[in-house]
Design a protein around this ligand. Structure first.
Ligand SMILES: [Cu+2]
Length: 215
């Protein structure tokens, strides 16, 4: 390595890695994992999609080195004891949708997953608890967290696609946690009709509950 690239390397490590990693006890636990450039840390404040009558909120943290990611998600006040699909969406505007993006579903104003695509983009990574993490598993309901007591605690380390890793670094990745209880009956029902993603699922099961851009 010549001096120029060595300096470039040091600059990156100093400017990016040190402030982000050193401030985090969690990253310190993961320090054995750090390579020459260290581990980059990204976070998202997950805010409730209120037009879906959701109060779910929390945080997502992604530690990234190359394409290897540790993803940790904590969400509170989400429909308890039901599975919640959760994804990294990319290729949109890198933002969460607003109320203006909401549509009318079965006569009710709500934000479906499709309504938000322009803002957050398509599913690139499925944050499953085991097995495949590609978009193929976007609705693999038996491999998503079930929010015991209304809380999701998710922590998994796996390989991201190159596209997902690039989008995170380009500020164009959004964490979306799905599954709402629009009518407050404590279950996924057909108040909003069928999901446009999978007609065998009620729309309540797939609409966004909480959303946050990764920065
Ligand atoms: Cu999603």
């Amino acid at each position: 390595m010549n001096l120029t690239s060595r300096l470039a390397c040091l600059t990156v490590a100093t400017a990016v890695t040190v402030p982000m990693v050193m401030g985090s006890a969690q990253a310190d636990e993961w320090s054995g994992y750090a390579g020459y450039h260290g581990v980059e840390k990204y976070t998202a404040d997950l805010l409730p999609v209120k037009i879906n009558n959701s109060q779910a909120s929390g945080t997502a943290t992604v530690w990234l080195e190359g394409e290897t990611a540790r993803v940790r998600i904590r969400v509170n006040d989400i429909l308890a004891d039901h599975p919640h699909a959760q994804h990294i969406h990319i290729g949109g505007q890198g933002e969460c949708p607003t109320d203006y993006d909401a549509g009318v579903h079965n006569g009710q104003r709500a934000l479906s997953t499709v309504d938000g695509l322009e803002a957050y983009g398509a599913v690139e990574t499925s944050l499953t608890t085991k097995g495949d993490t590609s978009a193929d598993s976007a609705l693999a309901v038996d491999r998503f967290p079930t929010a015991s007591g209304g809380t999701i605690s998710y922590d998994r380390t796996f390989e991201l696609s190159q596209a997902a890793a690039d989008a995170i670094r380009d500020d164009n990745a959004v964490i979306v946690v799905h599954g709402i209880d629009y009518d407050g009956d404590g279950a996924y029902g057909d108040v909003l009709g069928a999901s446009e993603l999978d007609p065998s699922l009620p729309m309540e099961a797939t609409n966004p509950a909480a959303c946050g851009p990764l920065h």
